[in-house]
Design a binder for this molecule. Sequence first.
Ligand SMILES: Cc1cc2nc3c(=O)[nH]c(=O)nc-3n(C[C@H](O)[C@H](O)[C@H](O)COP(=O)(O)OP(=O)(O)OC[C@H]3O[C@@H](n4cnc5c(N)ncnc54)[C@H](O)[C@@H]3O)c2cc1C
Length: 447
Amino acid sequence: MTLIHRGEPGFDEAVIGRVFNARRPARRPAAVLLASTEQEVVEGVRLAGERGWKIAVRAGGHSWAAWSVRDEGLLIDLGGLKDIAYDPETGIVGAGPAVKGGDELNPYLAGHGRFFNGGHCPSVGIGGFLLQGGMGWNARGWSWAAENIAAIDVVTADGELVRASEQENADLFWAARGSGPGFFGVVTRFHLRTLPLPRALTETVHVYPAELYDEVMTWLYETHTEVSRDVEIVAVSQSSPEHGRVLVVSALAFVDDHEAAAEALAPFLTCPVLDRALVRADAVPTTLAGQLDRQREANPEGHRYLVDNAWVEGPAEAAVPAMKKSFMDLPTDKAFTIFFSMGPTRQLPDMALSLQTDVYLATYVVYEDEADDERLRGWLTDAMADLQPVTAGQYLGDSDFTTRRLRFLGDAQWRRLQDIRALRDPEGRFAGYLAEPGELNVNHWLR
Ligand SMILES: Cc1cc2nc3c(=O)[nH]c(=O)nc-3n(C[C@H](O)[C@H](O)[C@H](O)COP(=O)(O)OP(=O)(O)OC[C@H]3O[C@@H](n4cnc5c(N)ncnc54)[C@H](O)[C@@H]3O)c2cc1C
């Protein structure tokens, strides 16, 4: 077991070396445990108990807010827990929390003709992604990724390794699907239900000039819920060398043949200003590898990121103008905003994750110079303030509670989560949500 205390060689690298966001926090724990086996995690949790340390956990290091980096206490870095094993009898794959969904899990599963709806960026770790719900490939049609967790292996606050599922330790299983960084245990392995690999991934992409924002977004907002559930629907505002800021509407069909793809993608030909699109590709075959490369390009490594998001609700007349600053007034060339359709929303199974609307909006301010931190933070605050009248809450995956915290679970689910925590982690051994003091799970304008 490798335990590095503050002040020892390699400490800083162990604390922040695997944090994706180059905007690193100044917080520092008392020690870092580099775990590579379940037994080492058990020993780490027990050691924290003996020394009176709080515990923070890291899997893939992709939390935008670097939730794993806390002041004092023990950081348990699960970077060594990366084994993957598929069982063809059950269709279930067992995977360590540091496995990267796109770079590692799906290439492995493709060899078995299977697929898992992991995160869009290939290097995101499955640990943090699944605990907060997981808005993976085609989440609107195939469900939140966490709905495909069959069971988890967890080291509890008192240092016991247990299995949790619908049948055993059901309270832990309920909490693990949606509590994200507020979870009070260390998941050492996920047992995931896989899907057949779609045979004919097909996309339609239409690029519109910025001045068509109102027409395109109003049409999209009013029609996306009618589209087949086999289609992932995204509108993203990007900067292009030839056209400046543009609005890209893309629809990705997860189907098995070209005819089904053409039918599923047909609604995208009904945009009233389609004839004014700058670029048009209709029902073109694509590959998951190609899609992942695009994601890698949009989320470059070694950059600073400021990120925020909103579950959007209300009629198009209110929502489309409220989203306009986020989409069309972005402060850096690499910054982008996505409209990610989750509509029509389904009744979710009983789990902690419980807040969603038809439209998810997230803004990613991507830049390189630390001197821009404050100015860009101010811009993001203003853009999110515009959205407030149509905001139902936030998704944990793109949130940073140290700067803005909204409602992220239903009220009953939030209360139940705290009750389970009080039973499972009575001493508050796990660090919990990284937030300024104050009430959580409330939209601040309703306080
Ligand atoms: C480039 C990029 C693209 C992204 N794309 C998507 C996307 O498409 N969809 C989406 O939903 N999200 C996306 N995200 C958000 C991402 O899913 C979350 O930030 C997630 O927390 C990352 O998981 P991680 O394990 O890599 O991060 P970490 O920072 O390692 O984990 C975050 C927190 O989760 C908890 N945690 C993680 N693993 C465990 C464990 N095994 N046991 C107990 N607690 C644990 C800890 O509190 C930890 O601090 C993206 C993030 C980035 C940087």
